[in-house]
Design a protein around this ligand. Structure first.
Ligand SMILES: Cc1cc2nc3c(=O)[nH]c(=O)nc-3n(C[C@H](O)[C@H](O)[C@H](O)COP(=O)(O)OP(=O)(O)OC[C@H]3O[C@@H](n4cnc5c(N)ncnc54)[C@H](O)[C@@H]3O)c2cc1C
Length: 248
């Protein structure tokens, strides 16, 4: 249908990393919301999860089953499909490190299985983004429930400590320029914490977050992003690249 109408096609997970145009999109947006995309199958040799399943749910069920896989990712909002397309993760590990096989549909409607070796994972990106991810099989191992609970607790408390979770945001707006240079520190060194355009504000607690103080529009977020890019370029000669997906 989209091809016939020459419409762009977007896939949305939980939308936690997307900045969409204030006026909406002239596009077909697909959300894998049906229950068949939310199934989780625990097997001795790993777990298979539907792309529409929330990461938090997988972590919670894995804990109950004493299965270690995603606990380091506790507190990352979003779905398994979104996490795979973004290669979401933390300093120690990204979701791509756990992948064994991914079932995808291409934009001609063909479903196929991709083995780990056929998929490219990089920092906050993966070759899966060109498909519709349907489900994936991940490596896992057994671990005591108490140990898993301790990791999840520690991760959630770290996030409460470092990140502004009481206001809406899309998480880190820019990619870190390298493993040793943090975008947040560069933005902070430009004196931009607390800078506000409309209701979009550079978070005083974490300079790489832009938070919505009430009625922020995508336009205002983009204006702040442009300001950040210019200031960081002028001061450090570094070109910050967006981590969030901008849907215009
Ligand atoms: C408070 C906060 C903290 C965060 N912390 C982290 C963090 O520590 N580490 C981290 O990596 N990220 C973090 N994020 C960013 C975000 O949560 C992750 O990137 C998450 O994995 C996105 O999942 P989603 O389902 O919301 O994807 P969406 O935001 O809906 O989509 C993101 C991208 O994935 C694509 N996509 C979604 N589903 C599919 C699918 N089924 N098939 C193909 N493509 C698909 C979309 O088209 C889009 O390009 C944070 C965000 C917030 C708001």
């Amino acid at each position: 249908m989209a091809k016939g109408r020459k419409l762009a096609v977007f896939v949305i997970g939980a939308g936690s990393n997307i900045l969409a145009n204030d006026k909406g999109l002239n596009a077909l947006v697909i959300k894998l919301g049906s229950s068949c995309f939310k199934e989780i199958d625990f097997k001795a040799k790993g777990l298979t999860v539907g792309a529409g399943c929330m990461l938090s749910r997988v972590i919670s069920l894995s804990k109950n089953k004493c299965v270690s896989a995603f606990e380091l990712f506790a507190g990352i909002p979003g779905t398994i499909g979104g996490a795979l397309a973004m290669n979401a993760g933390v300093r120690e590990k990204n979701i791509g490190d756990l992948v064994e096989e991914v079932q995808v549909m291409d934009y001609n409607g063909k479903i196929k299985g991709l083995k780990r070796k056929d998929i490219k994972f990089a920092y906050r990106s993966s070759s899966l983004a060109k498909y519709i991810v349907l489900s994936a099989r991940f490596r896992s191992r057994s671990k005591k429930r108490q140990e898993l609970e301790a990791v999840v607790r520690e991760r959630l408390s770290w996030r409460r400590d470092k990140q502004e979770l009481s206001l809406p945001s899309a998480g880190c707006v820019f990619k870190n320029p390298s493993e040793t240079i943090s975008a947040g520190i560069l933005i902070d060194l430009c004196g931009l914490k607390g800078k506000r355009i409309g209701d979009a504000c550079i978070c005083p607690r974490h300079a790489n977050f832009i938070v919505n103080m009430g009625n922020a529009s995508a336009k205002h977020v983009l204006m702040l992003m442009r300001l950040v890019k210019t200031k960081v370029k002028n001061k450090f000669n570094i070109d910050l690249q967006p981590e969030i997906k901008i849907w215009q």
